[in-house]
Design a protein around this ligand. Structure first.
Ligand code: GTP
Ligand code: MG
Ligand code: ZN
Length: 359
């Protein structure tokens, strides 16, 4: 096996990925990492140079779902052209992890957020964005991808210590083991604790609503106001995202961070794993329900409902659990239905073409 250049190792390249690549392939292609995703193009990096990249036709023609397109953080096989100013992406290497959500709006499809992430920072601001139900939504997405979640509570400069402690206790009441770090990009409080969670060669990503201070944190970690943030609170900037695309940034320490635009809507689907892990105490209760297919809504002998009645399971947490379970099941069903219809249509087109040929 070829030696992995140091510049790729610094980006966290795991040599075992090469097991999926035929040995002579590396004679023709270079390994690169997706550093940014724009509408129709990408930026790839080999750890030294960053260049604009496009997909080879084969990927475009064979793509049958958003999974077949690169996401920021993906490892790809690429060929470099024009003195390394343009790259063509030929293949996506297997992913260690993948963060995805339902496409916003009525459309039933999903959207890739980032690939090969080690730690997901869920950012909520202590003053106005703090919300346990929203946090549960993010946790489902992160747990589904089997990524370690860490909660960052921003703008700690706006609250006193006692108020901050209350918020942390509230989070620990729904997720006792979850790591929670309050911080302020304004006065630097908590930044060292965040830095400790970012290891060289590992990638983290910043998730959370628009305006919670994700990019401001990134700038604080970089030590310069490099990326645009929501600075003016004028009317026209309200509701608009300061960050418009996903990109991977390297810190001096060698850690990588993916900054993402805030999400207005966070739908999950096919997230049985994510839901069960996020609502672990409910999953445990469900084992004691009288019926194994209990839906925990009205059944006799339901241990979940009993816990709500007793007050040991907060009603709003229970409701969020039901809502997200139903929602994921619905999205999953509609998605499979859509894929089935797409396939039927493709078969129909093929047979029409055949008949045409025969005539
Ligand atoms: N008081 C206080 N304000 C902050 C802090 N961090 C960020 N802000 C303010 O909050 C706003 C958040 O801006 P961004 O960092 O652009 O937020 P974002 O999460 O990147 O938003 P999107 O890119 O739209 O998703 C800005 O007006 C910042 O000045 C902080 O630690 N304390
Ligand atoms: Mg931003
Ligand atoms: Zn039940």
């Amino acid at each position: 096996m070829k030696n992995i250049p140091n510049k790729l190792a610094a980006l966290g390249f795991d040599p075992s990925l090469l097991e999926s690549v035929p040995p002579d392939t590396l004679e023709h292609f270079s390994i690169a990492k997706i550093a940014a995703v724009h509408k129709d193009s990408y930026i790839v990096t080999d750890g030294e140079n960053s260049l604009s990249a496009e997909l080879i036709g084969k990927i475009l023609f064979n793509a049958s779902s958003p999974l077949d397109y690169p996401a920021v953080g993906d490892w790809v096989l690429a060929s470099f052209y024009d003195d390394d100013t343009l790259a063509i992406i030929h293949e996506i290497l297997p992913r260690k992890s993948l963060l995805k959500r339902k496409t916003p709006g009525k459309k039933v499809d999903f959207q890739l957020i980032a690939a090969n992430i080690d730690v997901a920072f869920i950012v909520q601001s202590l003053n106005e964005n703090f919300n346990l139900r929203r946090l549960e939504r993010y946790l489902v997405m992160v747990n589904e991808a089997e990524i370690q979640p860490v909660v960052l509570l921003s703008k700690s400069d706006l609250l006193d210590e006692a108020e901050i402690a209350i918020r942390i206790t509230e989070i620990h009441s729904i997720a006792p083991q979850l790591k929670v770090i309050p911080f302020s990009s304004e006065n630097g409080f908590g930044l060292d604790a965040i830095r400790e969670m970012m290891l060289p060669g590992q990638a983290s990503c910043l998730l959370g609503s628009s305006g919670v201070g994700k990019t401001t944190l990134l700038n604080a970690l970089l030590g310069e106001a490099k990326y645009a943030t929501k600075t003016v609170s004028s009317k026209e900037s309200k509701g608009r995202h300061a960050t418009t695309h996903r990109q991977l940034i390297r810190l001096d320490s060698g850690a990588m961070i993916v900054d993402t635009p805030g999400m207005r809507e966070l739908g999950n689907f096919s997230t049985e794993r994510g839901v069960e892990e996020t609502f672990a105490e409910i999953a445990a209760l469900a084992e004691q329900c009288r019926f194994s297919d209990c839906s925990h809504v009205s059944e006799k002998g339901c241990a979940v409902l009993a816990a709500v009645e007793e007050g040991t399971l907060p009603a709003d947490r229970y409701e969020n659990y039901l809502k997200m379970t139903k929602e994921s099941a619905f999205h999953e069903m509609s998605y499979h239905e859509k894929r089935r219809k797409d396939k039927q249509f493709a078969r129909h087109c093929k047979s029409v073409m055949k008949q045409k040929h025969r005539r």
